[in-house]
Design a protein around this ligand. Structure first.
Ligand code: URA
Length: 246
């Protein structure tokens, strides 16, 4: 039914690009505005442009088509990998961990810093990425944070109230001390629903702490479980449906 409607009325260019698995809708919008997209040989910078099944669309000169098989992968990202499909400095990327077994181009759902470990989704479904990363949906992400020394109650309360990072004040986070100063370190679980760049590290920096170890444990109600660092698996259909409903 939806496909029939699209044939009649066309589909917005950024949605079309997302359905090709190249990028999520917001990234697709940036590509269009940057003049990287053509429709039937013409560069198109207009975001609302409608595309029809017979149209030929390219990104960076390469023809794209909507993908038939959708992939949804959960990776336990190791530290020392960048969240990108390529790196101009030649560093290892998260795609290196899956590319031998996945026959299509994937993108990451959001990103984790080079030094951060943990749960990262990879997919070729741009709409899935859009749902999970758009700030409006306030999807919760839980992190394990390890710092040297003790954390004060005042700092925990500050995390729960919101912390000023640069000119932005974070929304109230959930913050719980889970282990005190084993060998001089403390572990805290922090849950946020925003996705500012290096947000958790900057929240702790603002309170005077440097994070020694950071790992993402869950996104929505999907958790990393006992997936080993550097390993990946396909999400179950139950997990995909839960995440699509966020
Ligand atoms: N917050 C950070 O500071 N880093 C990450 O990788 C994810 C969230």
């Amino acid at each position: 039914m939806e496909e029939l409607e699209q044939e009649k009325e066309g589909v917005r260019l950024q949605k079309y690009i997302a359905s090709c698995g190249i990028a999520a809708r917001r990234k697709a919008e940036e590509m269009i505005v940057a003049g990287r997209v053509t429709v039937n040989g013409q560069t198109v910078r207009e975001l609302g442009t409608k595309v029809f099944p017979e149209d030929r669309v390219t990104v960076d000169g390469i023809s794209i088509k909507p993908v038939a098989t959708k992939y949804y992968i959960m990776l336990n990202k190791p530290a020392g990998y960048i969240t990108s499909s390529e790196d101009e400095r030649g560093r290892a990327t998260v795609m290196d961990l899956v590319k031998d077994e996945i026959p299509v181009r994937l993108h990451s759902v959001g990103r984790l810093d080079y030094d951060t470990e943990g749960l990262l989704f990879l997919t070729n479904d741009g709409d899935f990425t859009y749902r999970l990363t758009h700030p409006r949906h306030e999807v919760k992400k839980k992190y394990l944070v390890i710092i040297r020394g003790d954390i004060t109650i005042t700092a925990l309360c500050a995390l729960r109230r919101g912390v000023k990072i640069g000119d932005y004040t974070t929304a109230p986070a959930e913050a719980d001390l889970v282990d005190v100063a084993a060998k001089g370190y403390s572990s805290i679980e922090v849950t946020i629903h925003e996705g500012k760049n290096r947000q958790v590290r900057r929240m702790f920096e603002a309170l005077g702490y440097e994070i020694s170890y950071l790992k993402r444990l869950s996104v929505g109600n999907v958790t990393l479980g006992n997936l080993k660092v550097g390993k990946w698996r396909h999400l179950t259909s139950h997990e995909i449906n839960c995440l699509k409903g966020m």
